[in-house]
Design a protein around this ligand. Structure first.
Ligand code: HEC
Ligand code: HEC
Length: 207
């Protein structure tokens, strides 16, 4: 409940700032999309390179735009995505986010099938002894997310593992500007590496 209220206020302020949006010429949007897809996969399904490029297909637009802003303001550290994001206009960010949401490729999968059952239990029930709430309570029963809560279904398992393992080294890096990453920080922190691998295996295979 608290999370929902906090999220609500962030989402509103993001929308009010986004006043300079104009129509993006189609050719410009298509060119930018092709550029994103060179790393994120032709259908936005993600790509396993030297480091995992996350799936963007089906992602919630509010979450996607929040992350672009976080890269630009260096609240979320990633040198590649800083360079990509800081040249995007608010209108372009919105147009890209809306387009990626419509894509629906099969998940790349690849996580261990043996771990998926344990992962599903963590996803649906949390880990009460470690004060980890059910992931489903925020990310949705089907893991498709909503508004500022990201979709996790079909996300690359090595990407999920890397994000949960490094959460406080990468996200929420501007203490003067707290953001939604604070909601996930204690959860990521309380998961063991084995639990992270299990939940990643479960999520990476979900449609
Ligand atoms: C040169 C490769 C490259 C290009 C081009 C690129 N990205 Fe990325 N992107 C990455 C990598 C790598 C990450 C993962 C960063 C991390 O691990 O935190 C990422 C992460 C993201 C994320 C965060 C996803 C999440 O689930 O939190 C978003 C959103 C994103 N990119 C959007 C875009 C958009 C929109 C474009 C095109 C304008 C684009 N990217 C182009 C490499 C790229
Ligand atoms: C109280 C609500 C809440 C719960 C419970 C929760 N999350 Fe999250 N999660 C969030 C929010 C909010 C974000 C987006 C943070 C941001 O915008 O920086 C997030 C982001 C994430 C991300 C990053 C996604 C990406 O594309 O980079 C992963 C992975 C994740 N959560 C996994 C989990 C798992 C696994 C669980 C259960 C063990 C869980 N979450 C439980 C609220 C929650």
């Amino acid at each position: 409940m608290l999370a929902a209220i906090v999220i609500g206020s962030f989402a509103t302020s993001a929308r009010t700032e986004d006043s300079g949006r104009g129509a993006i010429p189609k050719a410009e949007l298509e060119a930018k999309l092709s550029y994103c897809k060179t790393c994120h996969g032709l259908s936005g399904q993600g790509f396993r390179g030297a480091f995992p490029m996350p799936r963007l297909a089906g992602q919630q637009p509010d979450y996607l735009i929040n992350q672009l802003q976080a890269f630009i303001e260096r609240r979320r550290t990633n040198p590649v995505m800083f360079n990509v994001a800081h040249v995007l206009s608010p209108g372009m960010e919105k147009a890209l986010a809306e387009r990626f949401q419509t894509l629906n490729p099969k998940p790349l999968g690849g996580g261990s099938k043996e771990l998926a059952g344990e992962g599903q239990r963590i996803y649906e029930q949390g880990i009460p002894s470690a004060e980890v709430p059910p992931c489903a309570s925020c990310h949705g029963a089907d893991a498709k997310g909503a508004e500022a809560f990201p979709r996790l279904a079909g996300q690359l398992h090595d990407y999920i593992i890397s994000k949960l393992t490094n959460w406080s080294k990468e996200r929420g890096q501007d203490k003067a500007k707290p953001d939604n990453s604070d909601i996930m920080a204690p959860i990521a922190h309380n998961l063991t590496q084995a639990q992270i691998k299990a939940v990643a295996a479960y999520l990476s295979d979900l449609d």
